[in-house]
Design a protein around this ligand. Structure first.
Ligand code: T3D
Length: 265
């Protein structure tokens, strides 16, 4: 008797690195890439690995199929009777911290609906580029929840407290044009051009100087700092930037009237 072959299950997170750009694709298209603890653990691990090495200089997070991410997998949530606080603490918020603490910029390429924690995930990224058909919904209120994964931190800072309250308290769906108008996203591109546009954007950053990572740190620090504290952060980071070979290359290229070739060091 021959054993039946077990059907291979598709990985829930696809990963590829090309020209210094790590692309992470949430791959649960049948549920619009709803997240589970296991999936976000994989995202966190991939980001931490990228952060600790020198190969990756920019990251793209996107979704497979017609959704970007529909938030918490609601079937898994009710079926398993999850301890929500523990799930957030142990599996979800580490992904947000990984995005914010790594020097490499993280770009959300929002290919479709970003709902609930999926919207939060996009907000935690440094830049957002959306397909024309992408939509955004703070779906939490629709099911009697509070926005999480740092939506209540990032959204008011991005679009102002009144607009954030509107989206969160009403839970209305925002299309890509409105998202651009509100400042939720940086760019909107035709659906068919999203992958190429995200790749071009990430490539530009990956070919940029080491100071981009230091700029991310400065922007991060500015969330809580007063003017004096932020001036001190800039003094420290600028001092660090002047010790990089990319600074030497940048100034040299300017003086020699040629294009700079940065190495990220
Ligand atoms: O528990 C905790 O850890 C707390 C943390 C919570 C964080 C959160 O994210 S709470 C918010 C959770 N997300 C939502 O409430 C969104 C639920 N989904 C929707 O409202 C809609 O699906 C969308 C607006 C995102 C898209 O609508 P539409 O009409 O384009 O697609 P659809 O037909 O509703 O969905 C397609 C399929 O995906 C469908 O499955 P089926 O019927 O074809 O077998 C649907 O059930 C499934 N799906 C969509 N979102 C989820 C989902 N399955 C599980 N969980 C989902 N979040």
């Amino acid at each position: 008797m021959t054993a039946e072959a077990t059907p291979a299950t598709a990985p829930e997170l696809l990963q590829s690195v090309s020209d210094g750009v790590l692309t992470l694709t949430l791959n649960r298209p049948e549920v619009l890439n709803a997240i589970t603890p296991a999936l976000l653990d994989e995202v966190t691990d991939a980001l931490r690995e990228a952060a600790s090495g020198r190969t990756v200089r920019a990251v793209i997070i996107t979704g497979a199929g017609r959704g970007f991410c529909s938030g918490q997998d609601l079937r898994a949530a009710t079926a398993n009777g999850l301890d929500v606080g523990a799930v957030l603490r142990d599996h979800y918020t580490p992904a947000i911290r990984a995005i914010r603490s790594m020097d490499q910029p993280v770009i959300a390429a929002v290919n479709g609906v970003a709902a609930g924690a999926g919207f939060s995930l996009a907000l935690a990224c440094d830049l957002r580029i959306a397909a024309e058909s992408a939509t955004f919904v703070q779906a939490f209120v629709r099911i009697g929840l509070v926005p999480d994964l740092a939506s209540t931190y990032f959204l008011p800072r991005l679009i102002g407290p009144a607009r954030a309250a509107e989206l969160m308290m009403l839970g209305d769906t925002v299309n890509s044009a409105r998202a651009l108008e509100l400042g939720v996203v940086n760019w909107v591109v035709p659906d068919s051009g999203l992958a190429a546009a995200a790749s071009e954007l990430a490539g530009r950053i990956a070919r940029g100087p080491r100071s981009i990572g230091l700029t991310k740190r400065a922007l991060e620090a500015s969330h809580e700092n007063d003017l004096e504290a932020q001036l001190a952060v800039e003094e420290r980071l600028q001092t660090e930037a002047t010790t990089t070979s990319d600074f030497v290359e940048g100034v040299g290229a300017f003086l020699e009237k040629r294009r700079a070739t940065f190495t990220g060091s």
